[in-house]
Design a protein around this ligand. Structure first.
Ligand code: C2E
Ligand code: CA
Ligand code: CA
Length: 527
């Protein structure tokens, strides 16, 4: 994954980690609130059903008690009896007696206009039936329920059935059959009524939370306003906010910590290699005999996306430790051939020196890759020199075969930083090397009194003795240059001539330095 992607993913995760717990808890609260509300409704439906059964039992008893000995119906005594029963039964308003389908008298007295009997709507079993929506003579304003039994009818106010004290705003009701309202404490639409009357149920629709309970031909139900039920949640949400924030902060912290872990230096380096954040700069190498620029050392540069440059002495050891160096070497080869291919083809005397780490040298895996790249670009293998530090040569046997393989492929091989490690003369003698680079720490001591200054001539003599080419590193002064030339050192690089330059600048440097100095001893550092 690229660094940007990781950061974006981490940021998204952090945002998610912040939001998810809040959303999850909010959702949980909502689900629980709705479930609680449904249970609440179911409870009220049960109470409504109980209430209805009590009212009906009352009416049944009244109807059973209403009977009179045959022939005495509607006598003043009977009417008095009916009145007493209607008064005693709390849920019965009036009792009527029918003869031949016509009302003859009620608990209020004889009837002059004998109204016909309304056929029943609902059979309650046991000889009892119910007429819904009756408009009795005496209670004109209000529709009533009439329970009938034999020749008698008891009038019931529908609101008695739903006369249950509620704590929050809700509508209670009794329905019969597939959705006929028997009694309702408020208003409802026919659709909801059908749903409620269908069966024992609990549920929620766009506007209501409801529950119903069915028993025999009757269904009791209760429903409330969904929005109101959810609005009651608001306080819970406010309570949740600080808690959610706390959890979010914690999770965001964890995500940041984890992504930091992911972006450890090794990971960063691996990402940078994949993103190809590396460029190569070229430090000119000067022929001290004529002052011409004849080569360059390729030096890797890591440029971070934010523009920061990272020094190779920081990332090369990291790459070596983490095993990323091989990939980095592959990238280096590719870049060098891309940058210098045309120049190298145009001038077969030009060579580029590349640094090969100990691990690469031993495995030799870069050799075929290099060969392939050179063949494709039409560059001679002799135009690529390989530099390896003494470390690369410590395991002499492996190193010997590695160096032999590299030389067989046509490359020149140089030992880098010679004298700074533990290398010995015998090591040097045993290896089939082409060149030796005198480390800048030795060049620095030239023309000074430092103890190491006495070592420098020995290194040079030794290299001559072994017929090695010598390249002096870190040349910064004219004295150093004069000394080296006098000692027979042919090649030199250092800030006296130039720092490592981007490819285009190196090309320009070489052109201007070499212009008009063909074959002429140009002296040093003319440019
Ligand atoms: P090195 O191979 O010894 O490279 C020479 C270093 O000395 C370079 O530092 C160069 O910029 C610096 N230098 C050159 N002339 C002067 C001078 O006159 N005075 C001073 N004080 N310094 C001078 P750089 O580029 O920072 O490279 C540091 C080291 O990183 C290199 O040391 C080399 O060991 C390693 N390195 C650089 N590029 C690569 C690479 O492509 N592959 C591998 N394996 N290692 C690399
Ligand atoms: Ca080097
Ligand atoms: Ca060096």
């Amino acid at each position: 994954m690229r660094r940007r992607t990781i950061l974006i993913v981490a940021a998204c995760l952090a945002i998610l980690a912040g939001l998810l717990p809040m959303v999850a808890v909010a959702h949980l609260l909502r689900v629980r609130a709705i479930a609680a509300e449904q249970r609440h409704m179911a409870e009220y439906a049960r109470w409504t059903l109980m209430r209805t059964k009590r009212v009906f039992a009352d009416a049944r008893q009244a109807l059973v008690d209403a009977g009179a000995p045959p022939g005495t119906e509607c006598s003043p005594e009977h009417i008095a009896q009916l009145r007493q029963i209607a008064m005693d039964a709390r849920n019965v308003e009036e009792i009527g007696y029918f003869r031949d389908g016509r009302l003859v008298c009620t608990s209020l007295g004889p009837i002059r206009l004998r109204v016909p009997r309304t056929p029943p709507d609902l059979d309650l079993g046991g000889g009892f039936a119910l007429v819904l929506n009756i408009q009795p003579r005496t209670f004109r304003s209000q529709p009533m329920l009439a329970m009938s039994h034999g020749d008698y009818t008891a009038l019931i106010k529908p609101e008695r059935l739903v006369d249950v004290l509620t704590d929050t705003h809700m509508t209670l009701g009794i329905a019969a059959g597939p959705g006929r309202a028997v009694a309702l404490s408020g208003k409802t639409d026919p659709g909801l009524l059908r749903t409620l009357a269908a069966d024992t149920t609990e549920g929620i629709d766009e506007r209501h939370v409801f529950a119903s309970l069915r028993e025999g031909p009757l269904t009791a139900f209760a429903f409330g306003d969904r929005a109101q039920a959810l609005a009651r949640l608001q306080n819970d949400y406010l309570l949740l906010l600080p808690m959610g924030l706390l959890v979010s902060t914690l999770l965001v912290g964890i995500v940041i910590w984890v992504s930091r872990q992911r972006l450890s230096p090794e990971k960063e380096l691996a990402i940078a290699i994949r993103n190809r954040e590396f460029v190569v700069h070229y430090q000119p190498i000067i022929d001290l005999a004529d002052g011409r620029c004849v080569a360059a050392e390729a030096l890797l540069r890591w440029r971070r996306p934010d523009g920061r440059w990272i020094r190779p002495d920081l990332f090369i050891p990291l790459a070596e430790e983490s095993g990323l160096i091989s990939t980095l070497t592959d990238l280096l080869i590719e870049r060098v051939i891309d940058d210098q291919g045309p120049q190298l083809r145009a001038d077969r005397d030009l060579h580029i020196s590349i640094n090969i780490s100990a691990r690469d040298l031993e495995s030799g895996r870069f050799l075929p890759i290099l060969a392939e790249a050179l063949a494709r670009a039409g560059v001679e293998p002799s135009q690529i020199w390989l530099e390896a530090t003494e470390q690369g040569f410590i395991r002499t046997e492996m190193a010997t075969s590695a160096v032999e393989a590299a030389r067989a492929a046509g490359h020149m091989v140089a030992i880098d930083d010679f004298g700074t490690g533990y290398s010995s003369l015998s090591l040097l003698q045993g290896l089939p090397l082409d060149a030796l680079k005198i480390d800048k720490s030795f060049v620095e001591t030239i023309a000074t009194d430092a103890a190491t200054s006495t070592v420098t001539p020995h290194i040079i003599d030794m290299a001559h003795g072994l017929k090695l080419r010598i390249i002096a590193e870190g040349v910064e002064t004219w004295e150093q240059e004069a000394y080296l030339r006098a000692a027979g050192v042919r090649l030199a690089q250092g800030w006296l001539y130039s720092r490592a330059l981007p490819a285009a600048e190196f090309a320009a440097y070489r052109q201007s330095r070499n212009a008009g100095s063909d074959g002429v001893l140009a002296g040093s550092a003319l440019s």
